[in-house]
Structures are given as C-alpha cells and as structure tokens.
Ligand binder design. Structure first.
Ligand code: FAD
Length: 411
C-alpha cells in the first residue's frame, strides 16, 4: 500500500541517551553476534531491540533448529561465534518431542570423517533457555542492552550517520554513534538512510508453536504453508504471498498465520482426540525473506565456491551437501552510507542464496563479520568508511577468533 498523504512533523530537540562506537539495531542472532564481536574488538557497544528478548526468530519466533556449521561433506565451514552460539544453545537433556537434540557425537573433537559425512553439525534447542543464555553472554561482554526500544530514523551528515533516533518508554531520544550495524531483519536502518532496499513477496503463512497433546505431552509443531521460494511452488499450490515491509502486511501475515495455527490444532484434535491446546506461539512476525540491502555485491547461486578477496566468513548450504559460499564485506556494507553495515537475513543476497544466508548459523557469521568491521571502523577518523578498511587486517583478526576464512575449502 502506497501512503500518499503527507504531514510535516514539527522540528524538535531530542535528548541524547548515550554515545557509542557501535550501535547494533535488532537483537536477533545476527545482532547478538555483531554486538559480541564489536565489544570483543574493543568497541563501546549498545544493542537496541523492539521486543524484550534476544534471539529474534531463533527464540521468540520458536525456530529452534540450529542449522549446520558444515558443508555436508564432513568439513566444518563455520567457526567463531557461529559455533560458540550453537554450543551455548545446547541443552543438557534431549527432548525429542520438542526437538531438543544434541550435536551428533562425531562433531566432537577427533570425530570420524565418514560419520561426519552422514550427520550434519547441527542441533535443536529450547528457545527460552537459549534466550536467557544470550542475555547473560552479552551482559558479560559489556554490551549495553536497550529493550522495548524501536529504531525510528537516522540523523545523517553527508555520507555518515551521526545518530540513530529511537522510541521507548523514555520517549523519542537519540543515540550518538560512530558506526551502525543493521540487523533488523528487514533492513530498517538501510531504508531510513536512503539505501536501495528491494522487498520481495513470497512469504507464506507460518508459525512454529508449542502445544500440549491429548496425552499431556508438550510438542513442537513446525507449521508452515508450502511454497516460500518460487522455485519450490507447485502449480495450483495455495499460498498467500506476504511482504514484510509495511504495517498492513505484517499485520495481515500475523493474523493469517494465527488462523492457520488454530485450524491446524483443530485438525490435530479431529485426528487424535482429547483437547490439544497451544501454550507458546511466535510473538514476532515470521518472515523468511522480505527486505534487504542492495550492496556492491549481491550473493547469488552462481557464487557457490567463488572466492572473494574481501571474504569475512563462509557458509555451507543447509539444504544440501556441497555448496560453500563466501560472505564478502561488499555484500554487507551499505553503498551510500559510509558507516552503515548489515548482517543476517537483510544482507545482500538473492534467490536461492538468500535462502542460505538467512539461516541461524549464517546470520551468526555475517553478524560477527559486521560487528568486527564496525569496531575497526570506529577507531578510524570521522570521514572514513567501511570500504577504506584494511580487509586483510580484519580477516586476520577474525581468523584469530576462529572464524573460518579458508580459500582451500573451495578447491
Ligand atoms: C518459519 C521459519 C522457520 C525457520 N526455520 C529455521 C530453522 O529451522 N533453522 C534455521 O537456522 N533458521 C530457520 N529460519 C530462519 C532463521 O530463524 C532466521 O532467518 C534468522 O534467525 C534471522 O536472524 P536475524 O538476526 O537476521 O533476524 P531476526 O531474527 O528477524 O532478528 C531481527 C531482530 O530485530 C528486531 N527489530 C526489527 N526491527 C526493529 C526496529 N525497528 N527496532 C528495534 N528492533 C527491531 C526484531 O524484533 C528481531 O529481534 C526460519 C525462519 C522462519 C520464518
């Protein structure tokens, strides 16, 4: 829906809530990884999040499968914070009914390669305990958290963002910043900064929810309509095609998904009897791919096994064995805003490759890369931008942090 009518907002002074080297917008997996990486690289960091939880889709969206860190051929391609968060998410006691599953034993130190080819390096976790552990981790790493705080706009001077404007219980306030990491999932900061940000439809009704079955057992239902990728749609498939870039679409998608969930429960009841009832539903909209940055490099399927000299991390493909993608700085940094970088599901990626870069482990990789880059940029003079950074120094730093950046994996 295009909003045509316009009003002039009166100019007003904003109280300054703080001054940071790095402001991270959005506390999903990408934002957590970015904040952690930036703080560990010595930056003063704050993270703002519109709901009162960390983890985004991976916790309050009830998406609880930490997809693989490997390439499906027995080789690990994601290390660093991507692996740290996976290990953090592991619960002591497996609960198959809610898919709390351990990492396959072959992925422990010294594991057998043939077994690693058969079992991917992934696990399933409990969203509540994971969320709590993420909070403790960020606080331990001196990240300032602002919950219930929504990013609204930016104040720019030339090509640089000098402050982000937020709204919270403290009213409308500003945070002064040297760099900004957009991990909002929908590229909200990029939109406000005037970057090119295409939206796609194709998001279907979905919602993973927990319910108590007829026997009193808690279960997880991974509910989703088919066809979120055009390539996967069958002729005649019924799907509803939502975009995540307007209040009307977000509301419509949320309401339709909830309706689908209740119909699904009714179907379970008809089949199994008893009185199954829901106990936990997603509390954020569950868009897979909606709006993203268009950066200098937009990753695409033909970039499989392609080396980029500014590669800041790598990923496999959760859907099949074999593909490996590099995540270059140029697929994350904004084009027209010198001190803005993205990570997670709104970095620059398209088609089937967007379906790869959007998942939890890969969001952690791009988040760590973007956060470290932001901390490095914050040490520079005011007028410098992400493309002026010495990429090799940044790669060296990331490798020391166990991030896998290894050209030989592409052979
Ligand atoms: C139905 C479904 C099933 C999936 N299944 C899997 C799976 O099994 N395994 C897997 O690995 N991945 C899965 N994914 C994908 C994965 O969960 C997400 O793509 C990934 O977690 C995204 O992380 P992110 O940090 O980029 O974004 P998000 O998780 O979307 O985090 C963005 C955060 O920013 C906050 N935010 C947004 N706008 C603002 C603003 N203006 N101000 C302040 N805060 C803001 C949001 O509240 C949110 O916390 C699934 C996704 C869906 C929808």
């Amino acid at each position: 829906m295009k909003l045509k009518q316009r009003l002039q907002e009166p100019a007003r002074e904003l109280p300054v809530m703080g001054e940071y080297d790095v402001v991270v917008v959005g506390g999903g997996i990408a934002g957590v990884a970015a904040a952690l990486a930036a703080s560990r690289a010595g930056a003063k960091v704050c993270l703002l999040e519109k709901v009162c939880a960390l983890g985004g889709l991976a916790t309050v969206g009830n998406v609880i499968i930490y997809l693989p860190l490997c390439d499906g051929n027995g080789r690990q391609v994601i290390g660093g914070i991507g692996e740290e968060l996976l290990r953090l998410s592991v619960d002591e006691v497996p609960v198959p009914e809610i898919r709390v599953e351990p990492v396959p034993a072959c992925w422990e130190r010294g594991g057998d390669l043939e077994e690693r080819k058969k079992h991917r390096f992934r696990n399933g976790y409990n969203p509540i305990t994971f969320l709590y552990k993420l909070e403790r981790l960020l606080l331990k790493n001196r990240v300032t958290l602002f919950y219930d705080t929504r990013f609204c706009s930016v104040i720019k001077e030339g090509r640089h963002i000098r402050a982000v404007v937020v709204e919270s219980k403290s009213g409308r306030t500003a945070l002064l910043c040297k760099t900004v990491v957009d991990t909002s999932g929908e590229a909200d900061v990029c939109v406000a900064a005037g970057e090119k940000t295409p939206s796609i439809g194709g998001n279907v009704r979905c919602g993973w929810y927990y319910y108590v079955d007829a026997h009193g057992q808690v279960r997880l239902r991974a509910l989703s309509a088919n066809g979120y990728l055009p390539s996967r749609r069958q002729p005649g498939d019924k799907y509803i095609d939502f975009k995540g870039d307007s209040a009307a679409q977000v509301t419509a998608m949320t309401l339709a998904s909830r309706e689908m969930m209740m119909a699904d429960l009714a179907a379970i009841k008809a089949k199994e009897g008893g009185n199954p009832y829901p106990i936990m539903i997603p509390t954020i909209p569950c868009f897979r791919m909606s709006r993203r940055l268009t950066a200098k490099v937009t990753l695409k399927p033909t970039d499989d096994h392609r080396w980029f000299d500014d590669c800041l991390g790598m990923t496999g493909d959760w859907r099949k064995a074999g593909p490996i993608f590099c995540l270059p700085l140029r697929s994350m940094a904004a084009v027209h805003t010198a001190n803005l970088i993205t990570a997670g599901r709104c970095m620059s990626s398209t088609g089937d490759t967007w379906d790869v870069t959007r998942v939890i482990p890969t969001c952690a990789v791009s988040g760590e890369a973007a956060g470290a880059a932001a901390a490095f940029l914050a040490r520079e003079e005011d007028n410098v931008g992400f493309f002026d950074l010495d990429v090799q120094t940044l790669q060296k730093h990331l490798r020391r942090r166990k991030v896998i950046i290894d050209k030989s994996l592409l052979k």
